[in-house]
Design a protein around this ligand. Structure first.
Ligand SMILES: Cc1ncc(COP(=O)(O)O)c(C=O)c1O
Length: 414
């Protein structure tokens, strides 16, 4: 099997660090990638479920641009819709009818949605959701989950993160996931100040097994929060439209007051949406929130095409089946080499961990060996399936995984 080398990628990285702080920042940064030499950092070409790095190495992509690529790169219907709208008008001085059509589509698809508000990134709409909840309740505090991620605004970052100050976190109370006693305790102590509870539909932290909601957790939490007069916000930025087209809450059978979407909504075009119930419409109208690119019409057209295609192709069902095939196949390959691969989260967005080593080094080594053979796996973050992945991709991935296990077995033993 061909083992990839990354000479051109490294040359671009050397150029990048001279002019960009840390070269490649945020979730694409080399920081969580270990061993770092197993990973490419620059790519100029992607199609369907693959990307090619600047050295020409081809990867079956299990990160899907960290979520946005849900139908596959260069999906014909999405590209045609974007191009058609873009050639008419993208940035403009007044709003596009495509925005209204997309809001109508979301109100149709998502049972909770009685209105929709659009922005560009996930954090734009998690921020907006908190502002709406604070406006609606006249309260300050937000309950969030330990290890939950809602974007990079200072209040959302962990205390002590570079560049944040103590005041940023003053009104954020973090409790463990699935812990109704902890919720009771916070409501008992701070109830009259709690504007909102924000959580992803299931817990998908990095570097840890992902955890689904316990039976009855969401409904019990909603009942307590509503009794307290607090607003319930689901951050569906990561999972949205991969588990259920009506919002991941429909997959689990509960209804929040607002849902934040982004990532998969427009198959790679920059867009996010906050949807909510009628009771919050007036506050959503009164909160001032906007951005220079928030009205660009091409992304609205891309989102309409993306959601329509996902619906026609039963996208969430297909990704679940593909994810189950991939993860059960990988588990079997691991077992064949005497390793235990623990799969957590949802099949369309699985998190995998080799249980045979607590240090993560074995897992990192295996993900690295798979990546340098053409299956782009991260060791710290959940992966993503798309509808563009094929059974053939999965077969090839299992062969790559098998080869990678042979290498790590000779290095690490077990
Ligand atoms: C659950 C969740 N919420 C919010 C965000 C922030 O989205 P963005 O990076 O588009 O601002 C992310 C991004 O990864 C996310 O996974």
């Amino acid at each position: 099997m061909n083992i990839y080398r990354y000479e051109e990628s490294n040359k671009w990285f050397d150029r990048a660090v001279k002019v960009i702080p840390c070269g490649v920042y945020g979730h694409f940064s080399p920081a969580p990638y270990a061993p770092v030499e197993a990973y490419p950092f620059f790519s100029n070409k992607a199609d369907a479920a693959r990307f090619w790095d600047v050295d020409g190495n081809e990867f079956i992509d299990y990160m899907c641009a960290y979520g946005p690529m849900v139908l596959g790169y260069n999906h014909p219907a999405v590209e045609a819709a974007f191009q058609e709208q873009h050639s008419l008008s993208d940035a403009n001085s007044v709003a596009s009818p495509r925005m209204v059509e997309l809001a109508e589509l979301l109100c149709d698809l998502v049972p909770v949605a009685e209105w929709a508000f659009f922005a560009r990134n996930g954090a734009d709409v998690t921020n907006l959701a908190v502002m709406v909840a604070r406006a609606a309740t006249g309260r300050d505090k937000v309950i969030a989950i330990k290890g939950g991620y809602h974007g990079t605004s200072p209040w959302m970052q962990a205390p002590g993160h570079h560049g944040t100050i103590a005041d940023d976190h003053q009104h954020v109370i973090r409790i463990p996931w699935n812990d109704l006693n902890a919720l009771d305790q916070v409501l008992a102590e701070h109830g009259s100040q709690v504007a909102a509870f924000m959580a992803s539909p299931y817990h998908h932290p990095i570097f840890e097994d992902n955890v689904l909601p316990a039976e009855g957790y969401w409904q019990a939490a909603i009942d307590k929060l509503h009794k307290n007069g607090s607003v319930v916000i689901v951050d569906d930025v990561r999972a949205g439209f991969r588990l259920h087209l009506g919002g991941s809450n429909e997959h689990y059978g509960f209804k929040p007051d607002m849902i934040a979407f982004s990532k998969a909504i427009a198959n790679g075009y920059a867009l996010s949406a906050l949807v909510g119930t009628d009771a919050l419409r007036l506050d959503a109208a009164k909160v001032f929130h906007t951005g220079s690119f928030w009205y660009c019409a091409g992304s609205f057209a891309a989102a309409i095409a993306c959601l329509t295609t996902l619906k026609a192709e039963k996208g969430p069902e297909r990704m679940r089946v593909l994810g189950e095939k991939l993860t059960s196949g990988l588990r079997d390959v691991a077992a064949g080499h005497g390793y235990t691969l623990v799969v957590s989260g949802e099949p369309a967005m699985p998190y995998l961990r080799l249980a045979d080593d607590d240090t993560l080094m074995l897992q990192q080594a295996w993900c690295g060996e798979c990546t340098r053979r053409g299956a782009f796996f991260t060791s710290h973050h959940n992966w993503f399936l798309s509808t563009a992945h094929t059974d053939g991709d999965i077969e090839k991935t299992l062969q790559i995984a098998d080869d990678a296990f042979k290498v790590i077995k000779s290095e690490f033993g077990h």
